[in-house]
Design a protein around this ligand. Structure first.
Ligand SMILES: Nc1ncnc2c1ncn2[C@@H]1O[C@H](COP(=O)(O)OP(=O)(O)OP(=O)(O)O)[C@@H](O)[C@H]1O
Length: 459
């Protein structure tokens, strides 16, 4: 444990330090409350021994000042004349325990054993809080049963690579269009890993400003930016020993990228506004619907960070690339949602199934799930009919009997040039082996291709 002794008597500081160091602990000592509070701002201690008579100061008055800033801090009061009254006062003020001076090595050891147990419980509480938060977010999404089987060879290969790598400490990069299930897969990798009992902590990169994102990740100390009213620990700390999931990593601002690289490379980080290097023991899983390689080429994402994240990389195929899975998912969602609202539905009519199979599902599993949930509520009869399904945009319908390559708005139909251009570009990108080849088929250079993809939101 890391222990801080706050006592104005030099001899007590020395003898207690020695006794604690002999037990294998790291010990620092200070002689007044100011020095103690300063050290506590800079460093985290597992246990504090605080003298009740600290020169002119009263230890029982110093205690609330410590606990105000560090509410979970374990503080043992040293007292020369223990009495019931002192013990009650110390406990009321939030002390963890008290120890009468002079004390024997056994009494000291008893306090250390108790502190270790309390720290383990605290760690467990933090882990449970994180788990509850993750479960709440899962529950709020009202998730139907998860299914990682596939009748598509490529999807199977991708999942197989991913789940075989789950038990290793390697970073994992999950690529795929929006709604293909990247977050769900990240959580599954964690559950299938040796870290399953440890925290799984998510940070969504785009939802925050640069400063807030940095502080969310690494924590900050009071005053490090406007609004930083107290010291905080970040998600890296919360994920200690477990998995840190960085969602939408392609949106990670350039300024934060070197800090993430340092976390991955050196396994260390600093809180915002602090000059103290801290060790980090987290496994990183990142996901994005963007083309990170293209972002690297365009100078928007650091190449070294990309390679660090890319140790194990998988691309989750879109739903239209998994037509057989599409039907299975639709049926399983129907069972789930109809059970949930207590409606007896017999299934999809052949026409409804045709609509489902010919839609290109740009929003993938998320879109399918929402469509089926809606249809389950709106269905007039025992079968889901096309009218119960959301009306797809013309550009999102796959021509019956054709593969996705042959789809999109027809030339001469009621479509704008933009729609035609976007649909054509999407189709070419689906099958062209490289971006260079796609660009040359389209008769444009790679930079123009990148710009246009960005404009149309094509990942
Ligand atoms: N394996 C699965 N089995 C069943 N449903 C799934 C599965 N994966 C995802 N889904 C459904 O799709 C929804 C979207 O999944 P998720 O949020 O993981 O997608 P995403 O790829 O991370 O999306 P985005 O890129 O927009 O963040 C989930 O809420 C869930 O309902």
């Amino acid at each position: 444990m890391d222990i801080l002794i706050i006592d104005d008597e030099r001899s007590i500081r020395l003898t207690t330090s020695l006794a604690l160091e002999n037990e294998g602990h790291y010990v620092e000592s200070v002689d007044c409350s100011e020095a103690a509070l300063r050290r506590l701002r800079e460093e985290k201690f597992d246990l504090i021994f605080l003298d009740l008579r600290l020169g002119d100061e009263d230890g029982l008055e110093v205690l609330p000042r410590i606990l105000e800033k560090h509410p979970r801090q374990l503080v043992t009061i040293f007292t020369a004349h223990a009495s019931i009254e002192t013990a009650v006062k110390a406990t009321q003020a939030g002390a963890f325990d008290y120890l009468e001076k002079p004390f024997t090595p056994d009494q000291l050891r008893a306090i250390l054993v108790k502190a270790k147990k309390a720290l383990a419980t605290q760690g467990e509480v933090v882990r449970l809080q994180e788990t509850v938060q993750e479960l709440k977010s899962e529950a709020s999404q009202n998730t139907p049963p998860l299914d990682f089987a596939s009748e598509d060879t490529r999807t199977n290969q991708e999942f197989d690579t991913l789940f075989r790598a789950a038990a290793s400490p390697a970073s994992v990069l999950i690529l795929g269009e929006s709604g293909t299930g990247k977050s769900v897969i990240a959580r599954e990798v964690h559950h299938r890993s040796h870290l399953r009992e440890k925290p799984f902590v998510t940070v969504s990169c785009p939802s925050l400003s640069r400063e807030l994102l940095e502080s969310t990740l690494f924590g900050h100390i009071k005053g490090s930016f406007t609004g930083a009213v107290k010291d905080t620990w970040g998600k890296v700390h919360a994920a200690e020993g477990g998995t840190l999931f960085l969602d939408e990593i392609g949106e990670l601002p350039m300024e934060i990228q070197p800090k993430l690289l340092r976390l991955l490379q050196e396994r260390e980080y600093e809180r915002l506004g602090e000059n103290k290097v801290r060790p980090a023991n987290v496994r990183v899983i990142a996901a994005t619907n963007r083309d990170l390689a293209a972002q690297v080429a365009a100078g928007e994402f650091r190449e070294d960070l990309y390679y660090r994240l890319n140790v194990i990389s998988v691309r989750v195929p879109s739903l239209r690339e998994r037509p057989k899975d599409l039907v299975r998912f639709a049926e399983s969602y129907l069972i789930h949602f109809s059970n949930q609202i207590g409606r007896k539905l017999r299934g999809f009519s052949p026409e409804a199934m045709r609509v489902i199979s010919t839609h290109s599902w740009p929003g993938n599993l998320r879109e399918l799930r929402n469509a089926i949930e809606r249809a389950t509520i709106l269905a007039r009869g025992e079968w889901i009919e096309p009218i119960d399904l959301p009306r797809p945009e013309a550009s999102e319908t796959i021509a019956a009997g054709k593969s996705s390559q042959g789809t999109g708005p027809n030339v001469g139909g009621e479509f704008s040039l933009d729609q035609l251009e976007e649909a054509h570009m999407r189709r070419i990108l689906e099958w062209a082996p490289t971006l260079q080849e796609a660009a040359s088929i389209l008769g444009i250079d790679k930079a123009t291709l990148y710009r246009k993809r960005k404009r149309f939101g094509i990942s």
